[in-house]
Design a protein. Structure first.
Length: 113
């Protein structure tokens, strides 16, 4: 008698498992698609469109991505490392490592290629 109860529960468990797996793929799909085409999860390579800095080394750098063509605005400051140790010029190709701080893309490292 117990064997028949398990036979009825197996299809229901299979349906629940399929729904859970479908839901998980829907949750993680936007994360993988957000950086599709870029160098990595927090890296962009492209050409410098504009640089705006002040005397306190704070400002922004606009970069047009080589891979997707999207324009990014990165905030730079005292904690931004430049390699080599100089500011990039307009039109130069750079690689930016950044963190997303509440919607602001803050550059942690700028490599001039």
């Amino acid at each position: 008698m117990k064997r028949k109860a398990y036979k009825k529960a197996v299809p229901a468990l299979m349906v629940i498992l399929a729904l859970v797996l479908a839901g998980m793929s829907g949750i993680f799909a936007p994360i993988s698609m957000a950086n599709a085409g870029e160098l990595g999860p927090n890296r962009v390579q492209g050409k410098v469109l504009s640089i705006q800095t002040n005397a306190w080394r704070r400002g922004t750098i606009e970069v047009k991505s080589d891979h997707t063509g999207k324009i990014y605005t990165f905030y730079v400051g005292n904690r931004t490392d430049y390699y080599p140790r100089r500011y990039p010029g307009i039109g130069e190709t750079i690689r930016v490592h950044y963190v997303n701080d509440r919607g602001y893309l803050k550059a942690t490292r700028v490599e001039i290629l």
